[in-house]
Design a protein around this ligand. Structure first.
Ligand code: PGA
Length: 253
């Protein structure tokens, strides 16, 4: 059985106090309202990892993710945060290769492969993001493009390592735009990604990998998206900043 996961990605939002307030609200709502067997992850800015990690330490339903990590382990890299630093805060996930990192920080598939390796060595679960721009979708090459992102950043992993990895399909044209991929478009891509994993690692491993959808997922469309056979949850940006909306998405399965 593959894991159902709803992960929030706060991006560049929330001061220390605001972040703790939001995480506490979600933790309390989950105690009272959680209806389904779902793993929840809060992808916070680095400053919140330790405090939110402590808040969530008593429940394995609620986890904490960094939004990025360095390609370096330690040394003279001003401003960087390493996987061991992330691990030491109590976080247990890390988002890798978000399209905003790829676009604004020019992260390449080869660099992301290094980050995935480092995360797995530190026993952090990578949430590896892939997805195409509008131009690529309109050219009809989205399937090949996203497959290549997986091949170049993940397919060097061993079977044991890929089993611990989570994939998030996030069409760039749907991120923060209010335009959601239709459930049919999302399902088609998730199915293609799963069969790409199956070609490399076999059906059993592919069947057990969680593939999350991201891109304007909200309470009003989460249920339809999560009902698709190859969609195992969501990576949620804007709607993860409001505890009520986020909780409603969590309960959408
Ligand atoms: P969004 O962001 O839900 O605001 O579209 C998703 C993401 O970038 O992870």
């Amino acid at each position: 059985m593959r894991k159902k996961i709803v992960a929030g990605n706060w991006k560049l939002n929330n001061t220390m106090d605001e972040g703790i307030k939001l995480a506490s609200e979600i933790e309390n709502m989950m105690k009272d309202e959680l209806r389904t067997d779902v793993t929840v992850v809060l992808g916070t800015p680095f400053i919140h990892l330790s405090a939110v990690g402590k808040l969530t330490a008593n429940t394995d339903k609620l986890n904490v993710a960094a939004q990025d990590c360095s390609t370096h382990g330690s040394g003279a890299y001003t401003g960087e945060i390493s996987v061991s630093m992330i691990k030491s805060t109590g976080a247990n996930y890390v988002i890798i290769g978000h399209s905003e990192r790829r676009e604004y920080h020019h992260e390449t598939n080869a660099e992301l492969a290094i980050k995935v390796d480092l995360a797995l060595k530190e026993d952090l679960t990578p949430i590896f993001c892939c997805g195409e721009s509008l131009d690529i979708r309109e050219s009809g090459k989205h399937g090949a493009f996203v497959s290549e992102q997986l091949t170049e950043s993940l397919f060097h992993l061993s079977e044991a390592q890929i089993k611990k990895t989570v994939i998030a399909y996030e069409p760039i044209w749907a991120i923060g735009t209010g335009v959601t991929a239709s459930s049919a478009q999302a399902q088609e891509m998730h199915k293609a990604l799963r069969s790409h994993v199956a070609n490399r690692y076999g059906e059993t491993i592919a069947d057990n990998i969680s593939i999350l959808y991201g891109g304007s997922c909200k309470p009003s469309n989460a249920n339809e998206l999560f009902s698709q056979p190859d969609i195992d949850g969501g990576l949620i940006g804007g709607a993860s900043l409001k505890s009520r909306d986020f909780m409603d998405i969590i309960n959408s399965f």
